[in-house]
Design a protein around this ligand. Structure first.
Ligand SMILES: *Cc1c(COP(=O)(O)O)cnc(C)c1O
Length: 465
């Protein structure tokens, strides 16, 4: 076998990649026909590939590189911590300074009485922790029958058995025997696709009230919790109508159930506040955190629990933990990442500078014949592609036809923008500057023009009925 190095020709790297590396959420056999793009280096909002192309990463990796690429501070902290203590566990009555410091900092940042952190290696396992936490909590409160967790169709909570069951992705449920028992899904607040003749406000209320109906049908004595992303990310950056979260808040206040806010994307500045629940105005009992927590420089996630939940669980041994819970290097890097977000006032930057400018540029895309609506909160946004704006029509050729073409055209124009069905989504690093936003918008426009041309040529600008 040849030594695999940075200097290998792209085609050889791609061949070895296709032969030996199984990619997440991909059709592996396709890589034999067309290799994966080989990313070599990052700087700020920019990526550089093995062909020397400079690409604007409007997805911040996978919604996570909030402070941008190439941050020496994070490298130094990791190096120092690896030298001093590369690993020690936090089981069996031991602890270490990085885990203590990070938990303390998170308790300070998290709103209200969320003061206790259980660490995981990412968002999926943190949500698995949450399933066990809420069920065990009610058991300890003398209500062992409260085991059902309500979540939403087209929500995303991770890819393990538990977290993918919480999620409402039908494609995931179709493989491997999901969901696990006692998970109940209600509809999502996606007005564009599902709102019919209702106004967004009417539709937001109707979809929120599905939570109340589900609790009534299942029995309040059976429901443990409701889990939701403040704004759905992987589902297509679905920004709910303004009426949705206030109504959810009312229902949660009236019913004896716990609210879990999955902040894996919305947390750490993405929406212009530290956490998405602050943007939508609810106080959760548990928050799931990962991704932007370390800006992706180290794999780390966790669950932040309220005083009440932590104190109740604390009365007994909680038979749960991961080898890497509170990993010292990951914790040290996450802590430094939070320091950077604070010191560089990145949340103010999102709220007052980059967010408003991005919004202006983003909303201008609705002038394009292919774009039906453009939605954005802070620095997470989406546009809906449609063959007919007035009726909010889907494409006759099926969901994702236009989206996939558009993603390819973005790729060809050195812009990373993802598609979910026929929604195009962005979530750029929070450090993005106005001149970089100009480049983003210009490339997005060009990609849309090229997509439109292709769709017309192939006779695909046809509405489904
Ligand atoms: C990415 C994501 C997860 C899963 O996190 P992993 O680190 O991939 O396990 C969970 N919830 C949300 C909202 C996410 O976006």
């Amino acid at each position: 076998m040849p030594a695999v190095t940075n200097h290998m020709p792209t085609a050889e790297l791609q061949a070895l990649d296709a032969a030996h590396h199984i990619h997440p959420f991909s059709t592996q056999s396709n890589f034999e026909k067309e290799g994966a793009r080989v990313i070599k280096r990052g700087e700020g909002v920019w990526l550089f590939d093995s062909e020397g192309e400079k690409i604007l990463d409007a997805m911040a990796g996978l919604w996570c590189v909030n402070v941008g690429y190439g941050r020496e501070e994070l490298v130094e902290v990791a190096t120092r911590q690896m030298r001093e203590l590369p690993f020690y566990n936090t089981f069996f009555k031991t602890t270490h300074v990085p885990a203590i410091a990070l938990a303390t900092k998170l308790a300070e940042l998290a709103p209200g009485n969320l003061n206790h952190v259980f660490f995981a290696s990412g968002g999926s396992d943190a949500n698995d922790t949450n399933i066990r936490v809420v069920r065990h909590y009610w058991n300890m409160k003398g209500k062992p029958e409260k085991t059902i967790i309500i979540s939403r169709k087209n929500g995303y909570h991770g890819s393990t058995m538990g977290s993918a069951s919480l999620g409402g992705m039908s494609g995931m449920h179709a493989q491997g025997g999901l969901p696990i028992p006692d998970i109940h899904h209600i509809n999502q607040p996606d007005w564009w696709a599902e709102g019919g003749q209702l106004t967004p406000e009417e539709f937001g209320l109707a979809r929120a009230r599905e939570l109340e109906q589900a609790i009534d049908e299942l029995g309040e004595n059976r429901v443990a919790a409701f889990i939701a992303e403040p704004i759905q990310g992987a589902g297509g950056v679905i920004i709910p109508p303004s009426t949705y979260w206030p109504e959810i808040k009312r229902i949660c206040a009236e019913r004896e159930i716990l609210l879990i806010a999955d902040e894996v994307i919305c947390g750490f500045g993405r929406t212009g506040n530290w956490f998405g629940n602050q943007t939508v105005g609810v106080q959760p009992d548990i928050m799931t955190i990962a991704k932007g927590m370390s800006s992706g420089y180290q794999p780390i996630g966790g669950s932040i629990l309220s005083d009440e939940i932590a104190n109740t669980l604390g009365k007994d041994e909680f038979n749960h933990g991961y080898t890497y819970s509170g990993h010292p290097v990951a914790s040290a890097v996450a802590l430094e990442n939070l320091r950077i977000i604070e010191e560089e006032k990145l949340i103010d930057h999102v709220r007052d500078t980059a967010g408003p400018y991005m919004r202006k540029k983003w909303e201008e895309l609705t002038d394009h014949p292919l774009v039906g609506e453009a939605k954005i909160v802070g620095l997470m946004g989406s546009i809906a592609l449609t063959p007919d704006k007035s009726s909010r029509a889907a494409f006759a050729a099926g969901a994702g036809t236009a989206g996939l073409i558009c993603r390819e055209r973005c790729f060809a124009n050195n812009l990373v923008m993802r598609h979910v069905g026929d929604r195009m989504i962005i979530s750029p690093p929070l450090v993005i500057q106005p001149d970089e936003i100009d480049v983003l918008a210009e490339r997005a426009h060009r990609a849309l023009d090229e997509t439109y041309k292709r769709l017309k040529e192939e006779g695909l600008m046809v509405a489904a009925h």
